[in-house]
Unconditional design. Structure first.
Length: 271
């Protein structure tokens, strides 16, 4: 099987042309040069028909199975590559974030602003905890998408002290690995924004599916913001929009000053 998997599509194409031709043509050659004295024309035609059917069935079955296995391997490699690329991006963002935070910490310490310096240290600690959670496990060892969400939110709760209610009604394996990367990134970005800006006491996250469609809802009871600022870099919503676009999904944000924020992402499972 491993040898079949290493075949290129060009090799499979050549085999499709050559193998049936040699087997069927070889039989016809032997039939007309050696077996013509023993097999009548009608019997020979019947045999060649059955032989063609059997060879076509066996070869087509092997060929499509081989192609399916190759496609599965290609899909798996593509999804793993997407996961590792996402983790490389997170590592770069972490590096930039820590560099900026350390610079602010240095400035605050020089100005003897100890309270501001303490806030910066807490921010660095939180970012490091989140990054360690994201980067420490191999993709195949993260306990599944739903377990990963629950574990991450549990750690987020412990760090922030904010209560979170989780309502996930979706089966493991519903999303592809690439979709899971983007969805998990949306959840992290939304919760990071809540921690930084919302001053919330409670957060609710819901992920549900109905047929091929799914809906992710994240809602907090924090300060909220003016809807006119929905594209402001202050709230980190640009990253949310980029991830939603990659999922071919739709983003709806409902918020108002002192009214909390509700983020709704709707999409359909890719075929």
């Amino acid at each position: 099987m491993k040898g079949f998997m290493t075949m290129t599509f060009c090799t499979l194409k050549l085999l499709t042309i050559i193998v049936p031709t040699i087997l069927i043509g070889g039989f016809e050659f032997i039939r007309h040069t050696i077996l013509y004295r023993y097999i009548s024309m009608e019997t020979g035609n019947f045999i060649i028909t059955i032989l063609t059917l059997v060879i076509s069935f066996l070869y087509a079955n092997w060929m499509f199975k081989t192609i399916e296995l190759k496609n599965q391997r290609i899909s798996s490699e593509r999804e793993l590559r997407a996961i590792y690329e996402e983790r490389e991006r997170m590592a770069k963002e972490l590096n930039d974030s820590i560099a900026q935070s350390l610079f602010l910490l240095k400035v605050d310490l020089k100005k003897n602003k100890m309270q501001e310096a303490g806030s910066v240290v807490n921010s660095i600690d939180t970012n490091l905890r989140q990054a360690i959670f994201n980067l420490r496990l191999k993709p195949e060892e993260d306990g599944g998408f739903l377990g990963r969400i629950n574990n991450w939110i549990d750690q987020w709760n412990a760090v922030t002290g904010v209560e979170s209610r989780i309502d996930i009604r979706i089966e493991d394996g519903f999303f592809s690995s690439t979709e899971e990367v983007q969805l998990f990134g949306i959840i992290q970005e939304a919760f990071t924004n809540i921690r930084k800006h919302a001053n919330a006491s409670n957060v609710c996250i819901s992920l549900k599916s109905e047929g091929e469609n799914w809906v992710l809802t994240i809602e907090d009871d924090g300060d909220g913001f003016s809807i006119n600022q929905v594209h402001s870099h202050q709230y980190g919503l640009e990253m949310l929009e980029e991830r939603v676009i990659k999922l071919n999904a739709f983003l709806d944000i409902i918020s108002g000053e002192r009214l909390g924020t509700r983020i709704v992402v709707k999409g359909a499972k890719r075929r």
